[in-house]
Write a protein that binds this ligand. Structure first.
Ligand code: SF4
Length: 243
């Protein structure tokens, strides 16, 4: 089990995930290995979450059919968006694919003009939420995998009053620390090799995946995969960029 003061364990997790991802990315050359490597790393994070949860003796309240957190802002790194798009193309009917894109477009129209803080409390359902269940659960983004809660009430309160940002922390601390380290380490390995790992809005990213055949090629060539307006900014950041 790890805690805030156990730097050795968190460092070990970071290094384990970082070097495993780096080794996989640098020792293989097949094009699909980029996505496979990311996919495997995210599954390792799932396993880590379960191990840490078991050793902590804590129970989380998350279960199928509870989807308050699926109304929070969801960001994805490009590799995750391409994996989700592949899953949708393979497993969804044409009508269901269209339904996801319609929801993503509707959300995107609303959130595009917003600042990051405004998007954070917009309370829009994720376009991948289907009858209260995640329709891409096996390939959901890393942020969704590491999010968890020990109590339903605060999730419900934050859903009903999204602007109330002073919610107490209902994570299991060791689980949060371990999984966040694994998530950051995996992303860092991709980033250090030159791949775009920026956090894009899930709605915009999905629209791009299905409308721009060059997006994945750009990512593979280590360029920015999606337009930069898909990364929300605060007003000060926007002003700094323009000056
Ligand atoms: S990707 Fe799935 S788990 Fe994540 S917010 Fe969307 S519906 Fe919820």
């Amino acid at each position: 089990m790890i805690n805030e003061s156990n730097n050795e364990k968190t460092l070990e997790i970071y290094e384990r995930f970082y070097f495993k991802t780096l080794d996989a990315l640098t020792s293989k050359t097949k094009p699909q290995d980029l996505k496979k490597t990311l996919s495997n790393a995210r599954k390792d994070t799932d396993n880590l979450l379960n191990e840490e949860l078991l050793s902590s003796g804590s129970k989380i309240a998350c279960c199928a059919g509870c989807f308050y957190c699926c109304h929070l802002k969801v960001d994805v790194m490009p590799g995750e968006a391409f994996i989700i798009a592949d899953f949708i193309r393979t497993n969804f009917s044409t009508e269901k694919q269209q339904s996801v894109l319609t929801k993503a477009k509707s959300n995107w129209e609303k959130v595009e003009p917003m600042t990051y803080s405004e998007q954070f409390v917009a309370n829009l359902p994720c376009p991948l939420l289907d009858n209260g269940v995640c329709s891409v659960y096996p390939v959901r983004p890393g942020l969704c995998r590491i999010h968890h809660s020990t109590k339903v009430e605060p999730c419900k309160e934050s859903f009903e009053e999204p602007e109330l940002l002073s919610q107490p922390d209902y994570y299991v601390n060791n689980v949060r620390l371990a999984t966040a380290r694994s998530f950051i380490a995996t992303n860092k390995a991709f980033e250090n090799l030159g791949f775009d790992t920026k956090a894009y809005d899930i709605n915009g990213a999905l629209i791009e995946c299905f409308s721009n055949p060059h997006a994945e090629k750009r990512w593979r060539k280590m360029k920015s995969a999606f337009p930069k307006n898909m990364i929300a900014k605060e007003p000060q950041e926007q002003a700094n960029e323009k000056s």
